[in-house]
Write a protein that binds this ligand. Structure first.
Ligand code: SAM
Length: 272
């Protein structure tokens, strides 16, 4: 079967990456040939007898910095070429051309990762992800090889593996066939809203009932209630998404009317 996307991860801790791909949806997607991956240990590309991968920063200061040379060798071994010399994608382009590789450095000082970026990455043939460690990597690697620096949030992790896996996880589930289309349709961020709350059996738990509408079997009422719940949840937790959706004309009239009514009345929706 044709593979949708290949993930190549450069890391000092490839076991962390390998463990992810050995379980759950990712393992199944691998088995079915929907995705491919390889992890490269940066240390394997250090040539000295101690396999040195880091050194002190020029100018002084705390911590260590990942050396440029082992990383450059690992990138070249992964098939990445220096910018403007071969398979490099022009800046700001989506990586939707066959055979093209997009190289990403995970960094807290990168641009924020979100669902739109995940969808953009899902169009790549191959994503090469560089996991930093210590104080980060030598800037010349970014200048020579990296297309995008990506942050998964405004906090600092000890190394890039968890960030790379967050990106991989968000991207791989968008690849055709990995999960069902319906699961993606009303997910959080789809259409600019968060997802509606969910309930499952039993009907009564700790004296709390499942909303009657969900038991009614009335598809139109269920659809309407879920839309109202999505709007309410977004209003409470992420009002910025509502503002953005209104500003960019993302919402249909029904959604805009619900937002207006809720804002005017300052009243939530019913969960009866
Ligand atoms: N000195 C860096 C700074 O202040 O920006 C932090 C380096 S951090 C301790 C080590 C590595 O973890 C980074 O090189 C990066 O690969 C990864 N990392 C940490 N936080 C991250 C985040 N929020 N998003 C993506 N990668 C992150």
């Amino acid at each position: 079967m044709d593979s949708g996307i290949k993930f190549t991860v450069l890391s000092l801790f490839p076991d962390v990456i390998n463990a992810y791909f050995s379980a759950s949806i990712a393992a199944k997607a691998l088995e079915r040939g929907l995705i491919r991956y390889r992890s490269l240990n940066i240390r394997d590309f250090a040539l000295d007898k101690h396999k040195t991968c880091d050194d002190a920063p020029y100018g002084g200061g705390a911590g260590m910095v990942l050396l440029a040379a082992p990383l450059a060798r690992a990138l070249e071994a992964a098939g990445v070429r220096k910018k403007n010399t071969g398979n490099h994608i022009p800046e700001n382009s989506f990586c939707n051309e066959n055979g093209r590789i997009k190289t990403v450095y995970l960094s807290p000082s990168g641009t924020p990762f979100d669902q739109n970026k995940a969808a953009e990455f899902a169009r790549c043939k191959e994503l090469v992800l560089i996991c930093g460690r210590y104080e980060g990597i030598d800037k010349r690697i970014v200048d020579l090889y990296v297309d995008e620096e990506i942050s998964i949030g405004d906090y600092v992790l000890s190394s890039g593996e968890i960030a790379a896996l967050a990106v991989i996880d968000a991207v791989h589930r968008l690849i055709a066939g990995v999960i069902t289309r319906e699961s993606l349709d009303e997910e959080s961020f789809t259409g600019g809203l968060l997802e509606y709350p969910q309930w499952t059996r039993p009907e009564i738990f700790d004296t709390m009932n499942v909303p009657e509408v969900l038991l009614s079997g009335h598809h139109e009422r269920i659809r309407r209630s879920r839309l109202e719940w999505r709007v309410e949840k977004t209003m409470l937790n992420r009002p910025d998404l509502l503002d953005k959706g209104i500003k960019t004309g993302l919402f249909d009239k029904e959604t805009v009317d619900i937002i207006k009514k809720m804002r005017e009345t300052q009243k939530g929706v019913s969960y009866e």
